[in-house]
Design a protein around this ligand. Structure first.
Ligand code: GTP
Ligand code: MG
Ligand code: ZN
Length: 294
């Protein structure tokens, strides 16, 4: 039996990265019987069934217990999310960024934010990076076309499986190619808009030198998950309950007096955009809750 990690699901085959190289495998029928289905990112044990030239065919025998399972993208055993936010081309959308952050906070995943294409508007890129540093995130501005950027990014990736997230055109595939040292398909934004297509079409984990990177197709919206409005602040690290006591224990930080979050906002310790998006998500979740009973 050989151990490996599923890096791709394509045409009914699971490609497993292992010490004997990449192996095309099938899942044994008994998985379906137990309602268990292998996922990209799974660590598995497999047996080799036959060898055809260099192509090896195997069968997945067992799946190791997962540390986590993401639905979007559908993968297992992710250590962190790297959220790429382009400063320009396409225009950044902080409401989308904050909804993506809430989504991954709910998944309890560490998040690193990269403000990409910083070369196109360095001062704005710095401003954006600072918004998220203030919120407590690791947040950097990057020009993925600059010298030495690979060396700057590799320490972030080492020893981990990272998922790349962000809108189409954010530079996810560019970053992946750069860190792997080989070319992947990327496309210019205008080209994609014209064809109405994304460059990256499927979920695939790329094995790097001491890390795994998961490139994903970009998305333009993220629905707020089933989050209770009163729990929303838990997914904004700078607003979490421990920041200081509000007068009311069940304070929504919207209109109550003596609110610790509002005070922090006034002192400039919470970014205006972050608070505004919190308030807008809160109203949306409240509406949703109300409509559920009608
Ligand atoms: N100027 C500049 N261009 C960049 C930078 N990063 C990426 N690009 C360019 O932006 C375009 C889109 O990059 P991709 O890497 O394909 O974007 P993506 O996030 O993979 O997009 P999807 O696969 O559609 O989700 C390409 O033409 C890149 O060369 C950057 O830091 N600066
Ligand atoms: Mg891409
Ligand atoms: Zn409050």
């Amino acid at each position: 039996m050989t151990r490996g990690k599923i890096i791709r699901l394509l045409g009914g085959f699971y490609t497993v990265d292992s010490e004997i190289g990449l192996v095309e495998t099938h899942a044994k029928g008994n998985f379906r019987h137990f309602g268990q289905k292998p996922l990209v990112g799974d660590w598995v044990d497999f047996t080799i069934e036959k060898k055809e030239g260099v192509q090896v065919l195997g069968y997945i025998e067992s799946i190791e217990e997962r540390t986590n399972t993401l639905l979007r993208p559908p993968v297992a055993n992710v250590d962190q999310v790297i959220l790429c936010v382009p400063v320009k081309d396409p225009a950044y959308n902080l409401q989308l960024v904050d909804s993506i952050l809430v989504h991954y906070e709910m998944e309890n995943l560490p998040i690193v934010i990269l403000i990409t294409k910083a070369d196109l508007d360095p001062s704005k890129a710095k401003e954006l990076a600072e918004i998220y540093q203030l919120a407590g995130y690791t947040s950097k501005m990057v020009n993925l076309k600059s010298q030495g950027i690979k060396e700057a990014l590799l320490p972030l990736l080492r020893g981990k499986t990272s998922v790349l997230a962000g809108v189409s055109g954010a530079g996810k595939s560019t970053l992946t190619s750069l860190c792997l040292g080989r070319k992947l398909q990327t496309g210019s934004v205008s080209e994609k808009t014209r064809r109405g297509k994304h460059t990256t079409r499927h979920v695939e984990i790329y094995p790097g030198d001491g890390f795994y990177l998961l490139d994903t197709p970009g998305f333009s919206r993220m629905d707020l998950d089933d989050c209770k409005p009163e729990d929303l602040a838990d997914y904004f690290p700078e607003m979490k309950k421990q920041v200081g006591p509000c007068k009311f224990k069940d304070c929504s930080h919207i209109s109550e007096p003596q609110c610790a979050v509002k005070k922090k906002l006034q002192e400039g310790l919470i970014a205006k955009s972050r608070y505004e998006n919190y308030a807008s998500f809160y109203q949306e979740l409240k509406e949703r809750e109300k409509n559920k009973w009608h």
